[in-house]
Design a protein around this ligand. Structure first.
Ligand code: 5MY
Ligand code: ATP
Length: 402
C-alpha cells in the first residue's frame, strides 16, 4: 500500500497489513526531482496501466475466441455490463504493444478518449486528466490542452480552437510513444530467458484499429515489433511467463493445493508466500511447458503465472520535465517534440507479487469474461464484419499458367 495513494479517495478504505513488519518507501513519481530534472521545473507525469499485451498461444485454451480477441477487449463488455464503466474503450493493449507507431498512436488516442483506470496525467503532482475514482473523471481535451500548452508550445500564444487542442494532443501522444520505445538499460530484465514474442497472433480481431483496416479492405495489420531494450518489451516478456493460460495453469494449482493438504509443513520450504529471494528467482528460469507430473513443475508454473499476473496489472509512469537545448547532456535521456524538448524517466509501479490465493478467482473470472463475450457480443456481432472476415479468409489468389 503506497503512501502517495492518497491522491485517490477510493483508496482511503484500503487495509494496510500493519503487522507485516515491512513497508515500501517510494519516491513520488508525479513530483519526482532527481538528477535528471532541474529543480523547480514543472513536471508532467503520465501513468499508463497497459494490461495484457498478447493473445494466449497455449494449447490448453478451450475457446477459439481467446485465440482471436484479447482479454482486455472481451473484459470491456463485462465491465460495462456490470456498471464499472459507462462506455467501452477503443483501447486495445495489442496495439500499444505492437511497436508500430500508427497502432500505438491509435491506442494512446483511445486511452485519452476513454481513460478508465488505464490512463492518468499529473501536472506537478496534481491529477489533471483521468479518473480520480470510479465516479469522478476529468476528461476534457480542451482543458488538458490548456495545461499542456506551456510544455509543448512554450513561446506561442494562447490555446484556442479544436485545431490547436488536437495539435497539442498529437504532440503528447508522440512524446509518450517515443518514451515508451526508448531504451531502459538501467532496468535490466536479469538473466531470464526470453519467451518468443512471435507466439500467438499479433493483433486482436476486436481492436477498433483492426476493424477499420478490414473495413478499408486492408487485412494485413503491421506489428513493427518492440525494441528489446524498451520497457514495453520487458513488461510483455514478464506477462508472457503465462505460457499455459489460466486454463492450463489451474490444474497445476490444484496439484500444488493437494500436495499442501497432505504436507502442510512444506508450505514454507516451497516458498509459496516468499521470501522472494535469489532461490525463488532461480526456480523460475525453467520455461519448459512439458509437464513431467511433478510438484516442482506445477509450482514453477504457478509462480511464473503470479509474476505474469503482476506484469499484466502494473502501471508505467512516464515523468517529463522541459529542458533547454544547452541543458541536455548525454547522461539524461531526452525526448523531442516539435517545439520543445524534455528530460524523462520511465518507471514501473505496483510490482507486489499477486497472491497465490487469487488463482481460483482468476480461473472463474476468465470463464465469466469469455462466456459473457460469446453470448452477448460475438453472437450479436455486426454481420457485415463477420462476412468481411470470412471473405478475407476465403480470398485465395490462384495463378494459372498462360
Ligand atoms: O483481473 P483484472 O484484469 O480485472 O485486474 C484487476 C484490476 O481491474 P482492471 O481490469 O484493471 O480494471 C483492478 O483494478 P481496479 O482496482 O479496479 O482499478 C485491480 O488492479 C486488481 O488487482 P488486485 O486484485 O487489487 O491486486 C486486478 O486484479 P488481478 O487480476 O490483477 O488480480
Ligand atoms: N511512487 C509513486 N509515485 C506517484 N504515484 C504513485 C506511486 N505509487 C503509486 N502511485 C499512485 O497510486 C496508485 C495506486 O498505486 P498501487 O496500485 O501501487 O497501490 P496499492 O496500495 O498497491 O494498491 P492496490 O492494493 O490496489 O494495488 C497508482 O495508480 C498511482 O496513481
Amino acid at each position: 500500500m503506497v503512501a502517495t495513494a492518497c491522491n485517490f479517495k477510493s483508496r482511503c478504505d484500503k487495509d494496510m497489513d500493519t503487522l507485516s513488519g515491512y513497508a515500501m518507501c517510494l519516491p513520488n513519481l508525479t513530483r519526482l526531482q532527481t538528477y535528471r530534472f532541474v529543480e523547480h521545473r514543472p513536471i508532467l507525469c503520465i501513468e499508463i496501466k497497459p494490461k495484457c499485451g498478447f493473445i494466449p498461444f497455449s494449447s490448453h485454451v478451450s475457446q477459439e475466441i481467446k485465440h482471436k480477441v484479447c482479454r482486455y477487449c472481451m473484459h470491456q463488455h463485462l465491465k460495462v455490463a456490470n456498471g464499472k464503466w459507462k462506455r467501452p474503450s477503443k483501447y486495445c493493449p495489442l496495439d500499444l504493444f505492437s511497436g508500430n507507431k500508427q497502432r500505438m498512436h491509435f491506442a494512446l488516442k483511445s486511452l485519452l478518449q476513454e481513460a478508465q483506470n488505464n490512463l492518468k496525467i499529473f501536472k506537478n503532482g496534481e491529477l489533471i486528466y483521468g479518473c480520480k475514482d470510479d465516479q469522478e473523471c476529468v476528461s476534457d481535451w480542451n482543458e488538458l490542452a490548456r495545461h499542456l500548452k506551456p510544455f509543448f508550445f512554450p513561446s506561442n500564444g494562447l490555446v484556442s480552437g479544436p485545431h490547436c487542442t488536437r495539435t497539442i494532443v498529437k504532440e503528447l501522444i508522440h512524446v509518450i510513444t517515443m518514451t515508451l520505445l526508448s531504451s531502459t538499460d538501467a532496468c535490466r530484465a536479469g538473466d531470464m530467458k526470453t519467451v518468443p514474442v512471435s507466439q500467438g497472433r499479433s493483433y486482436c480481431e476486436a481492436s477498433a484499429f483492426n476493424k477499420e483496416l478490414v473495413r478499408n479492405g486492408k487485412h494485413k495489420l503491421e506489428s513493427s515489433g518492440l525494441p528489446k531494450d524498451c520497457l514495453l518489451y520487458k513488461t510483455l516478456q514478464a506477462q508472457m511467463l503465462d505460457m499455459l493460460d489460466i486454463e492450463g495453469l489451474y490444474p497445476l494449482y490444484t496439484r500444488v493445493e493437494q500436495y499442501l493438504e497432505e504436507f502442510p509443513e512444506e508450505r514454507s520450504t516451497l516458498q509459496i508466500d516468499g521470501p522472494y529471494n535469489e532461490a525463488f528467482y532461480e526456480k523460475l528460469l525453467d520455461l519448459s511447458t512439458e509437464d513431467d507430473g511433478t510438484i516442482a513443475f506445477a509450482l514453477t508454473k504457478v509462480q511464473q503465472y503470479r509474476i505474469a499476473m503482476t506484469a499484466k496489472d502494473c502501471s508505467i509512469m512516464i515523468s517529463l520535465s522541459p529542458c533547454l537545448q544547452d541543458e541536455c547532456s548525454e547522461q539524461r535521456p531526452v525526448v523531442l517534440a516539435s517545439k520543445s524538448r524534455f528530460t524523462f524517466s520511465v518507471s514501473v509501479l505496483d510490482l507486489d507479487l499477486k497472491p497465490y490465493e487469487s488463482i481460483p478467482h482468476q480461473y472463474k473470472l476468465d470463464g465469466k469474461i469469455v462466456n459473457y463475450y460469446l453470448k452477448n457480443v460475438q453472437a450479436k456481432d455486426d454481420p457485415v464484419m463477420s462476412s468481411l472476415f470470412k471473405e478475407n479468409e476465403d480470398c485465395t489468389l490462384v495463378l494459372h499458367k498462360v
